[in-house]
Design a protein around this ligand. Sequence first.
Ligand SMILES: [Zn+2]
Length: 170
Amino acid sequence: MIYPIVKYGDPVLETPAATVTEFDDGLKKLVEDMFESMYAAHGVGLAAPQIGIGKCIAVIDVTFKEDPKAKLVLVNPEIIKKHGRQSGSEGCLSLPEFRETVSRANVVTIRAQDLKGKWFETTGEALLARAMLHETEHLQGKLYISHISALKRDLMKRKIKKLMRAGEWA
Ligand SMILES: [Zn+2]
């Protein structure tokens, strides 16, 4: 099932998500739906709050279907290590049409649970590290625009308000 993507302005995006405690078939189905919804929206990462579900689950595939082994499911993820620096263009499915340069760590290690509740650690670099940080922040109720200047952020918010008034942001 493909869920519509929740856009900026919906409080679910700025509310910390709840810890997942049930590792059942419902979770498995939700994760399948998250991948489907992410691909349908042409994204490489998606956090559950972006489909209106306030649970600590994120999916990532920086290869966009190229490599099935690249599909990453993160349940209750925590960043445990990060180093280096990268600067690059970043966007978000919940803020369509906008992109900004964001500076982030270049190598990131995450601790998370899998679909069965088993803890694992994984390290990503470059785009994968960026996606891991971006999606983990979603689960804390934080958006990438918190990393850009207040000036750029205000400009973006003004443009969004205009789109909202025109009925082009829903
Ligand atoms: Zn995002």
